[in-house]
Design a binder for this molecule. Structure first.
Ligand code: AMP
Length: 397
């Protein structure tokens, strides 16, 4: 029996899933949170209740130790011992230009991930801490790194370059990298499968709409453009991130509000987007409720969000000289039928037609366009963990 442990490690949290690769079923999943603060582990064996373990987690080593303890616990564990785990797949946020696919982790790979930390100072160091902790507690178990950026490495130069002096790309790697790549890859492959086609036969726009949100143009199986950039701040309006705007706003506002650059970046990353526009919340459930209550801020944020997504889909239709499919995924894309419909209503000019009955669905794979729609529109729940596990198995053999 081949089993892969998938790890997504943040600075104070660690998410995990244990996947049986013969059935691709999740045997257990969980979240270690408040690492370095106090510590809590929520562990859910498949089909059973969640167990909450309150135990001090001063560091990630302790968190991994507790995860191993939960997975092998005689009462709520799912394996006898760690030798049942074939390999570990780690989500790594930034692979820069060094990684265009997943790789088996060795010391050279760790060094290269470290070198990319400059580009993702909040994420890559945390991912590395998770890798080191697992290596320490599971010596001899092969580990694989799966990068959020890798899928987008097929973008052509015209899509990834910013129109600033070229030397900044050469010297510092300033370019569009894009994120959510594992999700865009998974969803675009599912779209092809549902259409009975190969990924190389279709042009798809994937809309990953969660708290972080991005759109990706997938042309015959390859990412050719995506809305996030050097960092995840660019592109769509997100929960708390501004997305696209005139860069001159920074100096203008910094002058007016006497802010330094750190304060300005905090505004753009944490106080903007749906939260900033609505003045209500970054969570779209609150925006939906606010609209029903007639709150102007809720409508303002909803309308701007939807409009921005539609504009990107239009742009990517031009980038690919047409599109065959659109897919919605992530928290909002999977759960909010009104947002899906509003976005698609901008696209009627290209023959997109949503079927209200089919669109009245959440969290499950579904075709939501009419039979005579020129573009097939899908809801596809994303599954980054499964993609990480598959890549891991493929590399480990
Ligand atoms: P994510 O970052 O993928 O977890 O997505 C977060 C966004 O998805 C938030 O704006 C939520 O309002 C929305 N969302 C998540 N789950 C649901 C749900 N069950 N119903 C409605 N919206 C949801």
């Amino acid at each position: 029996m081949k089993k892969v442990l998938v790890i997504n490690c943040g600075s104070s949290s660690l998410k995990y899933q244990l996947i049986d690769m013969e059935t691709e079923a999740v045997e257990a999943k969980g979240l270690a949170e408040r690492i370095g603060i106090d510590g809590r582990l929520k562990h859910t064996p498949a089909g059973k209740d969640t167990v909450v373990i309150e135990e001090a987690m001063p560091d990630h080593n302790k968190a991994v130790e507790l995860v191993i303890g939960a997975l092998t616990n005689p009462e709520y564990g799912v394996i006898k011992d760690m030798s049942e785990i074939t390999a570990v797949g780690h989500r790594v946020v930034h692979g820069g230009e060094k990684f265009n696919s997943s790789v088996l982790i060795n010391e050279d790979v760790i060094k290269a991930i470290e070198e990319c930390s400059d580009l993702a100072p909040l994420h890559n160091p945390a991912n590395l801490i998770g890798i080191r902790a697992c290596q320490k507690l599971m010596p001899g178990t092969p580990m694989v790194a799966v990068f959020d950026t890798a899928f987008h490495q097929t973008m052509p130069e015209k899509a990834f370059l910013y129109a600033i002096p070229y030397k900044y790309y050469e010297q510092y790697g300033v370019r569009r990298y894009g994120f959510h790549g594992t999700s865009h890859r998974y969803v675009s492959e599912r779209v092809a499968a549902l259409m009975g086609k190969k990924p190389e036969e279709i042009r798809t726009v994937v809309c990953h709409l969660g708290n972080g949100a991005s759109v990706c143009a997938v042309d015959h199986g390859k990412s050719v453009d995506t809305s996030m950039g050097l960092t995840p701040l660019e592109g769509l309006i997100m929960g708390t991130r501004s997305g696209d705007m005139d860069p001159a706003i920074l100096s203008y506002l910094m002058g007016k509000e006497h802010m330094n650059i750190d304060q300005m970046m905090d505004v753009l990353n944490k106080q903007s987007g749906v939260l900033g526009l609505s003045g209500i919340s970054s969570d779209f459930r609150d925006i939906e409720a606010g609209q029903k209550e007639g709150k102007a801020g809720a409508k303002r944020a909803n309308d701007a969000f939807v409009y921005r997504v539609a504009k990107f889909i239009g742009a990517y239709a031009a980038a690919m000289n047409g599109i065959d499919a659109i897919a919605f995924t992530a928290g909002l894309g999977e759960n909010n039928a009104a947002v899906r419909k509003e976005i698609c209503s901008y696209l009627e000019f290209m023959g997109v037609k949503i079927c209200d009955k089919r669109n009245a669905v959440r969290g499950t794979e579904a075709l939501i366009s009419t039979d005579d729609s020129k573009v097939s529109v899908f809801l596809i729940p994303t599954n980054e963990e499964l993609m990480i596990a598959r890549d891991t198995m493929e590399l480990v053999g």
